[in-house]
Design a protein around this ligand. Structure first.
Ligand code: AMP
Length: 110
């Protein structure tokens, strides 16, 4: 069971932002920006590469709702989904990082 499944089940607490039947958004425990939220499907899918279009369509709309709820739609934000070891993925449960609240840097990563 991934740590995010434990958050979905309530076994581990999280600072929730928004939730519906299929998706959950909560603040990242180790924020990399003034606002750093994770949006996940409640059902565990390993990563973006293994997610089907129907699920991603729902997650897309959910992320926009989250951004609007916390006011990130006004000045913009960044979404990132890390995939696998080269992508830097630590938790094998599909998630999008939603980052904002400042002008974000964009530097060479590799
Ligand atoms: P990734 O490296 O893309 O797999 O990102 C995993 C993210 O999950 C990291 O940014 C962690 O800080 C975050 N994280 C891990 N455990 C928790 C938790 N219990 N609550 C909130 N965020 C978490």
């Amino acid at each position: 069971m991934t740590i995010f499944e434990k958050i979905v089940s309530g076994e581990i607490p999280a600072n929730k932002v928004l939730e519906n039947d299929d998706f959950l958004a909560f603040y990242d425990i180790n924020p990399k920006a003034p606002i750093h939220i994770l949006a996940i499907p409640k059902k565990c899918i390993k990563d973006f590469h293994n997610a089907d279009a129907e699920l991603l369509k729902g997650l897309n709309e959910f992320i926009k709702e989250v951004a609007k709820k916390v006011g990130l739609d006004k000045n913009g934000y960044r979404i990132i989904s890390n995939i696998g070891s080269d992508g830097g993925q630590e938790v094998p449960h599909l998630h999008f990082h939603i980052l904002g609240g400042a002008k974000l840097k964009w530097e060479k990563l590799g």
